[in-house]
Design a protein around this ligand. Sequence first.
Ligand code: PXG
Length: 290
Amino acid sequence: MLVYINGKFYEKEHAKISVFDHGFLYGDGVFEGIRAYNGRVFLLEEHVRRLFDSAKAIMLDIGLSKERIIEDILTTIRKNNLQEGYLRVIVTRGYGDLGLDPVNCNGVTVVIIADKLKIYPQDFYEKGMSTIISSTRKNNADTINPKIKSLNYLNNIFAKLEARHAGVFEAIMLNREGYVCECTGDNIFVVSNGKIKTPPTYLGALQGITRDFVIGLSKKLNIEIREEPFTQYEIYTADECFLTGTAAEVIPVIKVDQRIIGGGKPGKITKQISDEFKSTVKIQGIEIYK
Ligand code: PXG
C-alpha cells in the first residue's frame, strides 16, 4: 500500500508523521472519509468542498487548491490499483513545538490513505441493527461545531464506547436540549406514516454527504422528506429508522434502547432508499482510470 504524505508516496510501514505534529498533539486538523465504487470516486467534489469548509472554520490554510487535492486523491487510488475502497484525507496544522500556539507550526500535513473499510457486519444490512441512545450529549454548536469534521472525535468515541459496552455497534446522540442529532459516525433518519424525517444540522450534526445524497434520492423517488427537530420518542415510535454514512452507506435500525422499531425488520422505505443508493453509486462519480 502506498500512502500520500505532503505530495510524496511512502510504503505503509514508512508512512509516518512527526510526534510533534499538532494533529497528533492536539487533534488540530480536519479529515474526510470518501468512497470509491466500481472505478469511480463517489461525490468527490462534495467531500473536498466540506474538507475546505472544515479547514476554513478552524483557520487552517490547506495550501493546495481543490483541483490539486482531487488530482492527488485520484493519483493515490491509481497508485494502489483500487477499483473500490475507502479514502481517508487528513489535513493537520503540521509540525510545531510542544506549545499549543498554532503560530509555531511550520505548515500543513496532508495525508491520503486508500484502503478498505467495513464497519458493520453484512448481516446488519439484511436484518437491521440495534442501537442505543447515548448519555453522551453532542458538543454544542457554539463550542466545537459538529459541522466541522475535525480530528477531535473524543465526544463521539465516548458514545461509541457506551454502544460497545451495551453490546451494539452504534449510538444515537442527542444535543443538550434533548433533540436527536446523529450517531457517532452516521446520520439518522426516521420514517413515520410514509414520510421521512432527519434532524436539521443546526441542532449539532455533521452535514453528511450521504445524508444530503439520500435527501436527494428521496425527492427523486417522490417520498416526502423533511429536516425537522425530533426527540427520542419519535425514534421509539417510528415505523422505520435508518442511518447513513460514507462507511455505513444506508443501514436499517430495528431496535433502539430495547424498543423494537416497526416490525423488527428493515422497513419498505428504507429498502427502497437503500436499493436506489446501491444502484446509483455504481454509475455515478469521477472515473479513476479514464
Ligand atoms: N456524522 C458523523 C459524526 C460522522 O463522523 C457522518 C455523520 C456521515 O457523514 P458522511 O459525509 O460520511 O455521509 C460521519 C462520517 C467510522 C467512521 O469508522 C465514520 C465516519 C468518519 C470516519 C470514520 O465509523 N463518519
